[in-house]
Design a protein around this ligand. Structure first.
Ligand code: PMV
Length: 320
């Protein structure tokens, strides 16, 4: 009745931003992401028959704010008459700060719960269950460079390339440690309801996904860089044009983007992407990783830099 799992967050290059069906959390379009290796979330789930309510602790402290979403995920997996659960989560990076913590958290939660309840199920079915709680979590079940395609009723997810096939590096410039003011779920709903650019954004997602997939298959860094930067700026343009606007960036976000843009203009194989938060993720080839790390660490307002390669999918652990 007790199981442990670990999962790594993933960073999207073609973003998931909008839902076809909010009831089952089905994405409106496909996405493409990089599963990281040096960031992780470990989840321990104990199904406790006698307990009266679920409990959640995050990094050793009780967390009531995230409990409702965790309980809803457990209901979805185990049904309404399930035993209550004692859930312990631990991460080695800031949570809810635009570092894709929900992707690793819900991937690890679903993996550990499925084991604790002896549900069985292959990787894709567990990924689909996790995707119903956090769209990006479905991608954290897969290694390396990952594509998610969105059908009318369900998603499909697959690995396009492993780390050894294309050893991309991700340098994360943290510009703010606190939690973001607007959650991605709320920002997505607001985007669909109020941004004049939302429909155009969705219409062009398939084209961006095709271009990014082709770039990955052909290991064409420049083409991947072009489509990823454009896709990121389009997603943030949709957010900026919401009513009220959703602006996750700060001054240091712009500084870090400019650091990456200047290096790219000078010929370095590096590009940026930014999720629902103020952190800048620079994706580069291994030979410029040290240079990119040093340049971002020296950028005004950047508080911390983390470096990662491509990692594996969610998996069970003997203990946490
Ligand atoms: O999976 P969610 O509900 O946390 O939304 C993820 C949204 C982005 O990180 C901004 C984009 C993405 O594809 O991961």
């Amino acid at each position: 009745m007790r199981a442990h799992a670990v999962a790594q967050p993933n960073i999207a290059l073609v973003k998931y931003w909008g839902k076809r069906d909010t009831g089952i959390n089905l994405p409106a379009a496909g996405s493409l992401s990089l599963t990281l290796d040096s960031l992780w979330t470990r989840m321990s789930v104990e199904l406790a028959d006698g307990a009266e309510s679920d409990t959640l602790s995050v990094n050793g402290a009780p967390d009531s704010t995230k409990l409702a979403r965790v309980s809803a995920c457990l209901d979805r997996l185990l049904g309404p008459s399930r035993p209550k659960a004692i859930v312990e989560s631990e991460s080695n990076f800031p949570v809810a700060a635009g570092l894709a913590s929900s992707s690793s958290a819900f991937a690890a939660l679903v993996m550990a719960t499925a084991k604790a309840a002896e549900l069985g199920g292959d990787t894709l079915s567990l990924a689909r269950l996790a995707g119903a709680s956090s769209g990006s979590a479905a991608r954290s079940f897969y290694v390396g460079i990952v594509e998610l395609t969105a059908g009318d009723r369900e998603i499909d997810v697959r690995c396009l390339a492993r780390a050894r096939e294309w050893p991309l590096r991700i340098v994360i410039a943290i510009t703010e440690h606190g939690p973001k003011r607007t959650g991605s779920g709320e920002a997505m709903t607001r985007s669909a309801a109020t941004s004049p650019f939302y429909r155009t954004w969705l219409e062009r997602q398939d084209g961006d996904l095709d271009a990014a997939r082709k770039a990955v298959i052909e290991r064409d860094f420049d083409r991947l860089a072009d489509v990823a930067e454009l896709n990121c700026l389009k997603m943030h343009s949709v957010m900026w044009t919401c009513r009220p606007p959703v602006v996750y960036w700060n001054g240091a976000t712009l500084n870090a983007m400019e650091t990456v843009r200047a290096m790219r203009r000078a010929g370095a194989p590096v590009f940026f992407t930014i999720d629902a938060g103020p952190q800048v993720k620079a994706v580069c080839l291994p030979d410029v990783c040290d240079e990119v790390t040093a340049a971002l660490a020296a950028t005004a307002g950047v508080k911390q830099v983390m470096v990662s390669g491509l990692g594996s999918g969610a998996r069970l652990q003997d203990q946490c």
